[in-house]
Design a protein around this ligand. Structure first.
Ligand code: FE2
Length: 256
């Protein structure tokens, strides 16, 4: 879905013509090869329950969104004030369970209204985890998009890689369903290409009041509270008139 309000704030946010053309070519190539239904299942889907299709909306060359080690800010002030601020605590491991130090992440998503930006790198970016494979990401909850009867469940996209190359990259999607209800995965039009990927539904929690029918974050969740306090201070320092409304954590294992 196109975004009707692409207003780049700096030149590095604008997608160049060459990046656009190359991204489209790579997408078409992928659709007819390793992202085709049969090949994707055998090359990726059956090997890793967290794998998912990249789909057509990835754009190469997204800017660095790292604030400091293990902390990434994907959304602008305007997006945070318009949509639902969402923090994801992420851990990246190799197939043997060992942490991936400074794992690289390329992230892209729709905004809360289900719109991708194609002219700018809005809600797209790269960052790295800390030395223990952990990262805390502040963004906005994505929105559904697509035809009414077959809307895509709301999701983040990410490709994760091990800079030491001891593991193979993983491309995934992380689903955000109202009330953490996996039935939202069923009408998704991507199910015509591959079976639903329920392992990729996040178990999210509401923070500071009702949000998307999610269960409230328990008070005794120290990791979540530390991450939320850290982001609350950054939002205040940046003059953002919004607070984090939802939190989730997930652990992803790269491909062997
Ligand atoms: Fe998508």
């Amino acid at each position: 879905m196109e975004d009707a309000d692409d207003s780049p704030s700096s030149p590095k946010e604008v997608v160049t013509f060459s990046a656009k053309v190359l991204s489209r070519l790579l997408t078409v190539l992928a659709m007819f090869t390793y992202e085709s239904p049969f090949l994707w299942h055998w090359l990726s889907g059956r090997k890793n329950p967290r794998a998912d299709l990249a789909g057509p909306y990835h754009i190469i060359g997204a800017p660095d969104r790292q604030l400091e080690e293990g902390k990434a800010l994907l959304a602008t002030k305007k997006e945070l004030e318009t949509f639902t601020p969402f923090v994801l605590s992420l851990r990246v491991r190799r197939a043997d369970g060992s942490a991936v130090p400074h794992a690289t992440v390329d992230w892209w998503q729709a905004d809360g209204a289900g719109r991708y930006s194609h002219a700018t790198y809005r809600l797209r970016g790269t960052f790295a985890t800390d030395a223990h494979g952990a990262a805390s990401v502040l963004t906005v909850a994505p929105g559904k998009y697509g035809p009414a009867a077959h809307e895509r469940a709301a999701h983040f996209h990410a490709t994760l890689a091990d800079p030491a190359r001891a593991a193979r990259p993983l491309t995934t999607q992380l689903y955000v369903c109202a009330g953490n209800d996996a039935r939202e995965l069923q009408p998704d039009f991507l199910n015509f290409v591959r079976a639903p990927r329920p392992a990729n539904m996040l178990a999210a929690h509401a923070v500071g009041g009702a949000c998307m029918g999610l269960p409230a974050l328990r008070p005794d969740a120290p990791e979540a509270r530390a991450a939320l306090d850290w982001w609350a201070a950054r939002l205040a320092a940046r003059g953002v008139d919004a607070s984090v409304r939802a939190w989730a954590q997930t652990e992803l294992r790269l491909n062997a």
